[in-house]
Design a protein around this ligand. Sequence first.
Ligand code: SIN
Length: 270
Amino acid sequence: MGYEVLDVKPVTRRIGAEVFGIDLGKPLSNRQTAELREALARHQVLFFRDQEMDHDAHKSFGRLFGELAIHSAIPGIEGHPEIVAIHADADSKFVAGENWHSDLTCDPEPPLGSILYMPVVPDSGGDTVFASMYEAYDSLSDRMKVYLEGLEAVHDANPVYQKLFPDLDRKYNRSTHPVIRTHPVTGKKLVFVNPSYTTHIVGLPDDESEAILKFLYVHCMNPNYQVRFRWRPNSVAFWDNRCTWHQAIWDYFPDTRSGFRVTVAGDKPF
Ligand code: SIN
């Protein structure tokens, strides 16, 4: 499908595109939505500038792509359980997403994608970096692809959130997913482990699992598979969580960076 109503400009050949000619604060046509789906499938993360979205518009935009998911670890904002605040300022002790990750791979059905709207950004810094797990897979050796095929890994949120919120006595999600996943829309294979949630590969000795994961993480962090997004006030990033990693760079302390994230529900990885 070609673009008729959107102007989509790739930021790199491999991942990321800026989308022009759309107002996310208004209801979108079927054609606009179809072209956005197409662009997301091609570029994995889409960037929009100068958007005005209230919470309802943000949720309506997300619902065009599926049901909204409620974050399994962090409570939503008042009156909008589907929206989590992404906020950091001079009082922050940590920020969300500081380590490379895909969102909530600890869930049995990890999100399809997330839509982050950022009204307040620091004058400098605070970028988000995204990495293509298609590229990471495609550039593995054929031998390594054969080795990884059929393996499963455990993704556990407990080590992540128990460290961040030690005073909360609660259990978080833990799930097992294929190490190499097939994207349900594009049919392409990709690496589906990440340094935040994946604890080990099932059925391997601990030292082998650790060595393979370490190899994969270094491999996946290759800057050639990345795009780095420089936020401006009221920018939006919409990433396909099934085939990307992302990392929020906290290089702006003590300045304030503040926005809202809506998450679209996904399905069971295969
Ligand atoms: C996140 O992981 O959703 C946060 C990303 C960001 O703040 O840039």
